[in-house]
Ligand binder design. Structure first.
Ligand code: NIG
Ligand code: FE
Length: 402
């Protein structure tokens, strides 16, 4: 009867304590060591339903229905990967090979993936997205943003977003990735399509609108028109900005209160200053610099100026074919001079800011219970032991998935 059903449901919200956590990253500076990552040693986390309801020192944990001894492992918020391009077919092994023998990266390779993606079946694209989301989960990612941008027709962009939205809530419309070959002689007509019929078909599936603002892709005026059109349809802006050269992308991101300016590889002092005095996050994507042999973004300069920095994978078959947030953190620490504390903050709380989310990227009462448990005594090992699969288990919304 109804009463029985109700109590069965209630039973699934029993409280569970995760105990014997050697080091817990909460991202609440009022907790633990008082640093920005609020590190608590010898900690416990209590989960009820899909939420965290208590964090603190193990010895002070309240009584719970269940307990799981984590045996001295570290716990961090599930990684928030706020920038990826997972709806694609084929790969670009040949292009990577050529690059590693000295060829430069140009965004021209995007056309190769557009052709393969248009030719792929829905089932193949769905299988690819599922595969890369699962691959990321195994590496501790519990929130995955992903974009269209390899369809570049009304039907192919809408299809990409529909498929993406079956796998994540953080979906971004990137019809303005490049001007496709079929519109090469009339870029204005392509911008009209992106801001017209294509936007109408895509907006129902997306939360965000993005544009690749770069020489050879879309200039500042085109990018502004595209983002404003998206905003008029209820999509929030984010931008591929200043990746391959100095350009207007970062200033435009700040002007439009974009949630994030992504890449930020080539910045002027004015760009750094604008970011530091805005709510726009600088999302750094070191997998792209790794795989294109480009200069590293200057994370230290952004952090020292007071900008909010996120780290993400940019997972895509051209410029950054990694789904691994730990790999990106290791690069950020070794090559971008971030501290291990800054890297874990940027890969969790930073990503949450870049998605304007307050329910994820932290482990404090009220947060969604998204946790990554490490086979290591602290988050520092993510950079200290690069390339080692340290993820021991992953919880999302209070459910253990791995
Ligand atoms: O973020 N820069 C634009 N888009 C991707 C690369 C896409 C590709 O090369 O296929 C990026 O790096
Ligand atoms: Fe990208």
């Amino acid at each position: 009867d109804t009463a029985t059903t109700f109590s069965d449901t209630a039973a699934t919200t029993a409280s569970t304590a995760l105990t014997h956590i050697a080091a817990l990253v909460t991202n609440d500076p009022s907790l633990g060591d008082g640093s920005p990552i609020g590190l608590i040693q010898d900690a416990a986390v209590v989960i009820e339903g899909d939420r965290v309801v208590w964090v603190g020192e193990s010895s002070k944990a309240p009584p719970t229905d269940n307990a799981l001894d984590l045996g001295g492992r570290a716990v961090v918020p599930g990684f928030v990967d706020s920038h990826s391009h997972l709806v694609f077919a084929g790969d670009r092994t040949a292009e990577f090979n050529a690059r590693m023998s000295g060829r430069a990266y140009t965004a021209g390779g995007i056309r190769t993936t557009v052709a393969a993606t248009r030719a792929a079946s829905d089932a193949d694209l769905t299988a690819n997205v599922a595969r890369y989301v699962a691959e990321a989960l195994r590496q501790g990612t519990t929130t995955q943003e992903t974009k269209s941008g390899y369809g570049l027709t009304v039907e192919d962009e809408a299809r990409a977003l529909r498929i993406a939205s079956d796998h994540t809530d953080e979906v971004t419309y990137l019809g303005a990735h490049i001007v496709p070959p079929d519109h090469a002689d009339d870029p204005a007509a392509y911008v009209a399509l992106v801001t017209g019929d294509m936007l109408d078909a895509c907006a129902p599936y997306a939360r965000w609108i993005d544009v690749f603002c770069e020489t050879g892709a879309f200039d500042g005026d085109q990018a502004r028109a595209i983002l404003l059109a998206g905003r008029a349809k209820g999509l929030h802006p984010r931008i591929h900005a200043n990746q391959l050269s100095h350009g207007p992308g970062v200033q435009l991101a700040v002007e439009l209160d974009a949630a994030s300016a992504d890449h930020c590889t080539h910045l002027t002092d004015a760009d750094v200053d604008a970011l530091a005095h805005s709510d726009t996050v600088a999302t750094l994507l070191p997998g792209a610099e790794f795989s294109t042999r480009a200069p590293w973004p200057d994370a230290r300069r952004l952090l020292d100026a007071g900008a909010t920095v996120a780290l993400s994978t940019d997972c895509n078959p051209g410029s950054s074919f990694t789904s691994s947030m730990p790999f990106c953190m290791a690069l950020a620490v070794r090559d971008m001079r971030m501290t291990p504390d800054e890297a874990i903050w940027s890969a969790t709380a930073g990503g949450a800011r870049a998605l304007r989310r307050t329910d994820i990227g932290r482990l404090t009462p009220g947060a969604r219970a998204d946790l990554t448990v490490l086979d290591a005594p602290s988050h520092v090992h993510l950079a200290y032991r690069p390339g080692v699969p340290l993820v021991s288990s992953v919880w999302r919304g209070g459910v253990r998935l791995l």
